[in-house]
Design a binder for this molecule. Structure first.
Ligand SMILES: O=C1O[C@H](COP(=O)(O)O)[C@@H](O)[C@H](O)[C@H]1O
Length: 253
């Protein structure tokens, strides 16, 4: 039975503090185990919230971090829609070089005109860090959810959620702007050691209930069920308010 832990926090700012503590622990354990911490960031609202306290955390050995993108929009690195741009502005620039540039694994800007080529290139880039395996095992994948239950760029009623062997796939008709994107696949998410959904605000409460309580399988996020690791939900009270079965517990490491 896949493991899920649902934590609730009073306000969004408390979610940010909790995430900082959680990532500090996960990073320390991973570095102890393997000498590195491999973490994939989603875009949207996540980079700003996740970075709020993280970027000032001096107890983390960021020199061992390898930063990936759970999904990316096929745009230039400076485009307002770029997930890389968000992570760069919110975390990497404030960290001022503590994560070596060659450990930041971003979409190849020269391939954004071809989502298929960009996805293949991103697969190759992941392989340079993880080596040849059936699937990479990320230490932690940070995830958001959209109102339609999408996570990464895995949208309802789109074939990308069926990917069985690919590490990275692409979409050319995303229902959310921009239409061209690349994304990690469900098997990659499900091989991670930890997947952390972060959702705040009442606008997400219905979707959170449909995924966490109802396991509504029309929602791609409902298919995140780790074979060996744990799925965490970091929610503020507003996002958790409609949960009844899987009541969130107070966050403790
Ligand atoms: O398009 C995307 O949306 C989801 C959710 O974004 P949010 O702003 O509602 O948190 C995000 O997780 C994903 O990375 C992004 O590309």
């Amino acid at each position: 039975m896949p493991l899920t832990k649902t934590f609730s926090f009073h306000r969004a700012d408390d979610v940010a503090r909790g995430l900082n503590e959680f990532l500090e622990r996960e990073s320390a354990e991973a570095i102890e185990r393997s000498g590195m911490f491999t973490v994939a960031f989603s875009g949207g609202s996540l980079p700003s919230l996740a970075s709020r306290y993280l970027r000032d955390n001096t107890r983390i050995d960021f020199s061992r971090w390898y930063v990936f993108f759970a999904d990316e929009r096929c745009v230039s690195h400076t485009d307002p829609l770029s997930n890389y741009r968000l992570v760069r502005e919110e975390l990497l620039e404030p960290l001022n070089g503590r994560i070596p540039e060659n450990q930041i694994i971003a979409i190849n800007e020269s391939l954004v005109h071809s989502p298929k080529d960009a996805a293949h290139d991103y697969y190759l880039q992941i392989g340079t860090v993880f080596g040849e395996h059936k699937f990479p095992v990320f230490d932690c994948i940070l995830l958001g959810i959209g109102p339609d239950g999408h996570t990464c760029s895995l949208f309802p009623n789109r074939p990308q959620i069926e990917a069985k062997t690919e590490w990275v796939t692409y979409i050319e008709d995303s229902p959310k702007e921009p239409p061209h994107r690349i994304t990690l696949t469900l098997p990659v998410l499900n091989h991670a050691r930890a997947a952390v959904f972060v959702a705040t605000g009442a606008a997400k409460s219905k979707t959170v209930r449909e995924i966490v309580d109802d396991r509504d399988d029309s929602k791609p996020a409902s298919h995140v069920a780790l074979s060996k690791g744990t799925v965490y939900w970091f929610l503020d009270l507003a996002a958790a308010k409609d949960l009844s079965i899987n009541k969130p517990v107070e966050f403790k490491l």
